[in-house]
Design a protein around this ligand. Sequence first.
Ligand SMILES: C[S@@+](CC[C@H](N)C(=O)[O-])C[C@H]1O[C@@H](n2cnc3c(N)ncnc32)[C@H](O)[C@@H]1O
Length: 269
Amino acid sequence: MIPTPLQPLAELSKLQEQVLLPFFVKLSRVPEQLLINVGVESATDMEPAFFAIYEKCRDYTLKPFKEMYALYEAAAFVAKAGIEGDFVECGVWKGGSSMIVAQTFLQLNRTDKKLYLCDTYEGMPEVTDHDEDIGANPFQLVKGVATMLRGGHTGLFYAPIEEVRRNMESTGYPQENVLFVKGLVENTIPAQAPEQISLLHLDSDLYQSTYHELTHLFPRLTRGGVLVIDDYGSWKGSKQATDQYFAEQGIQMLLKHVGSSGARLGIKT
Ligand SMILES: C[S@@+](CC[C@H](N)C(=O)[O-])C[C@H]1O[C@@H](n2cnc3c(N)ncnc32)[C@H](O)[C@@H]1O
C-alpha cells in the first residue's frame, strides 16, 4: 500500500513540488548548458531535430540535457534498426522522458510502438535500508533532505496521472498506444507489461523496484534492445540491484556511463 503524506507536512510537500523541485530542475541544467554555450562541451554532432524535441520535454523531466540526448539516441536506434518491441518506462514522474521517446518515434514514423508508463502516480514509496542517496546532483540532495524531513516517507515526485496524460497528449503521439500502468511496479509488473520490449528505461530510483523490474523485464528486452538505468550512479540501491541481478544471471552487460548524473546505458547482446 502506498502511504499518504502526513497532514502537517502537506504544505511542505507543496513547497517541494512547486518551488524547490522546479528550482533544482532548472539548476541542474545550467552546468551542461553553460558548457555547451561556451564551447567546452561539444554539441555540434547532435542532430538539430533533437534540440527541437528537447525543448518540448525539458520542463517535464529531471534528466539533464545529455541524459535526454542518450534517450533520444536510444529511441532513434531501436526505431531505425527495426528492433522489435515496445517502450517501457518505470518511474515516470511528469513524463518528460516518455515524451522524448514519443516524439522521437513520431518523427521516425514508428508510432506503432506502444509506450508503457509505469508509476504509482502518487509519488515515491518508502525507501529501504538498501537505499542511500549517493548522488551529488542537486535533485538527489533535495530529495534526500525531503525524505529526512518527512520521516522516511518522501511523497516526492507526485504527478497525478491526469497531468501526465495531458503531457503525453501534447506530443501528438497516438494516445491509444500510450498505456498508463498505475501502482507499485512490484504489483503491476509483469502482468501489465508487454511481451517484447525494445527500449527499457528504469528510473524508479530504489533497490526493490529496480531489482523487480530487471527480474521481470530484462528477459523481455529484445536482443539489440536498449536498457537505460537512470539511477545507477546516484542511488546505492539502484546500483546494488543492477549488479546483483546481472551477477546472479551470469550476464555480462556493458553499461556505459552517460552524462553526469550517474545514468547508464547498454545494448542487450
Ligand atoms: C525520479 S522520478 C522519475 C523521473 C522521470 N523518469 C523523469 O524523466 O523525470 C521517480 C519516479 O518513480 C516512481 N516510483 C518509485 N518507486 C516506484 C515503485 N515501486 N512503483 C512505481 N513507481 C515508483 C515515483 O512515483 C516517481 O514518479
